[in-house]
Design a binder for this molecule. Structure first.
Ligand code: NAD
Length: 506
């Protein structure tokens, strides 16, 4: 259901056992309309008991789901993809209204999510095990991948469709039941996706949504029936989830924050690089984990040309209502986010960076209370400054000038985060060297936001990712399954008696 824009405040629910279930804890969180700058809805915060009930429903549904052969599970997931496509405009509108990203960007959020579900529908192939014939006389070995049981995902506000679908697509395809604790900022889309999973034929309980805060997350972490946790969000919470999940004997993959750099070599096509930077730094108001927040031009002349090219383009940007055509990007998600971003801009000025364009005080006609922050550009930022060291997660681009290629490479590699990085150059040798040596998980060569497609894996290094297996691609199937190895012999009647020596491989 799409909520009509009005002064009334809507109330959401959880989704458990194949239906919406009202919250009983009495605790709620506010959902903002970031364009209007007012509270438009409230979301119940689940108690530990409500989470327990969702896990029980998941456990009940999982056995039935796992018993369906993987090809048929895949067909159900493809039916879900069809339903999402049928309802794409409705879902994207719901997403824009709570998140604040433009409608076109909201559609991509959904699209990049369902691409992983399409990939996961190939589960019959991805779940295949190995077989070795005659490893000893009459002795065969085979391995199989089995679902873990009940698994959980905890997702951030900035991709309310894509990240939950990246987590649950492979998990469900592998035969698990999935309990999602989405962001409390924009939970309407995950709830709508839950309804579409049911409509597609996913058995009751197999996909649940429990809304909430730390209490719900901790209940999932502590429940012994939950076997794995997929987390995406900020680094401090990623570290907390990773450590707590491990302490409770669960496997975890936890993806954290980012500070993505883009190196611009003197030989780069400057217009192309500037266009790429504008989209990558300011698209979705900079609220993307793969946004470029640091530009590193190599050489003073490249730096001067880049700043001029960026200034030109920034003048043409339109910050505006998410659902109106012509807006390049919308508001940031909450008043707290706006305050944090503006605080960083003030700190940058105080610490001596050159503020080329100031996004503070941005106004949009008819939307006075909206959480607007305009495109902000800093030049001559240095690694000691707080605007360089911290993830700002807003439309703020810092230019750090490097004297030469080695200094630029070092900056990217020494940054504590290691999510994405890009190099713009016309020189294949530099590009190849950069891709090989940089200490970052995802690299773009003349591509500013190198988000790998569904059949490759997505994951950052260092403070951007904890755990050894990435999201989507074949890694996801390894993460959401356990391997069983069977060694078998069919004796032909020859009895040799007991053996007391460990058998050798040959
Ligand atoms: P967040 O860390 O505040 O919240 C993420 C999730 O954790 C939410 O569901 C939230 O309810 C929960 N949470 C928050 N505080 C918690 C606590 N104390 N205990 C337990 N759970 C808690 O992140 P956010 O603001 O929603 O999202 C933005 C962040 O996510 C940015 O840092 C961004 O870089 C990162 N992100 C990373 C990736 C990636 O793949 N590396 C992708 C998207 C977003």
């Amino acid at each position: 259901m799409v909520h009509e824009s009005s002064a009334t405040v809507y109330e959401l629910a959880h989704y458990v056992g194949g239906q919406r279930v009202d919250g009983t804890s009495g605790r709620f969180g506010d959902i903002y309309d970031p364009c209007a700058g007012r509270v438009q809805g409230r979301v119940p915060f689940a108690s530990a008991e409500e989470v327990h009930n969702a896990v029980s429903a998941a456990e009940k549904g999982q056995a039935e789901w796992a018993a369906i052969n993987p090809q048929r599970r895949g067909r159900i997931l493809l039916k879900f993809v069809d339903l999402v496509n049928e309802h794409l405009d409705e879902i994207a509108t719901l997403l824009s209204r709570e998140h604040g990203k433009t409608l076109a960007d909201a559609r991509s959020d959904v699209q990049r999510g369902i691409e992983v579900v399409e990939f996961a529908a190939g589960a019959p192939h991805l779940l295949k095990g190995e077989f070795s014939d005659s490893v000893g006389t009459g002795l065969d070995v085979h391995s199989l991948r089995q679902p873990l049981g009940v698994v959980a995902g905890i997702s951030p506000f900035n991709f309310p469709a894509m990240i939950p679908l990246w987590q649950c697509g492979p998990a469900l395809a592998a035969g698990n039941a999935f309990v999602l604790k989405p962001s409390e900022r924009d939970p309407s889309v995950p709830l709508r996706l839950a309804e579409l999973f049911t409509e597609a034929g996913v058995p009751d309980g197999v996909f649940s949504v429990v809304n909430g805060d730390k209490e719900a997350v901790d209940a999932l972490l502590e429940d012994p029936r939950v076997k794995a946790i997929g987390f995406v969000g900020s680094t401090p919470i990623a570290q907390y989830i990773y450590a707590t999940a491990a302490a409770h004997g669960k496997r975890a993959q936890c993806f954290g924050g980012a500070k993505n750099h883009m190196v611009i070599m003197p030989d780069a096509d400057l217009d192309m690089a500037a266009d790429a930077l504008i989209g990558a730094a300011y698209g979705s108001a900079g609220e993307r984990c793969m946004a470029i927040s640091v530009a590193v031009p190599v050489g003073e002349e490249t730096g001067d040309r880049l700043i001029a090219a960026l200034q030109d383009r920034i003048k043409g940007l339109t910050v505006g209502p998410s659902l109106e055509k012509g807006s390049d990007f919308g508001p940031v998600v909450t008043p707290a986010a706006k305050e944090r971003i503006e605080g960083y801009i003030a700190a940058g000025v105080e610490e001596g960076a050159t503020l080329v364009t100031d996004g503070r005080g941005a106004k949009v006609e008819g939307y006075d209370g909206g959480f607007w922050v305009g495109p902000t550009l800093f030049d001559r930022v240095t690694p000691e400054m707080s605007i360089y060291q911290h993830e700002i997660f807003g439309p703020v681009l810092s230019v750090v000038r490097a004297e030469d290629y080695e200094e630029a490479l070092r900056l990217c590699s020494e940054n504590p985060y290691g999510n994405g990085v890009a190099i713009f150059t016309r020189d294949g040798d530099s590009a190849r060297d950069f891709a090989s040596r940089v200490e970052v998980g995802m690299v773009g060569v003349n591509v500013p936001i190198p988000v790998p497609i569904a059949y490759y894996t997505f994951g950052g290094w260092k403070a951007s990712g904890f755990g050894d297996l990435n999201q989507h691609g074949p890694d996801a199937f390894r993460f959401y399954t356990k391997t069983k190895t069977v060694t078998s012999r069919w004796p032909s009647g020859i009895r040799q008696g007991a053996h007391f020596v460990m058998p050798e491989g040959s």
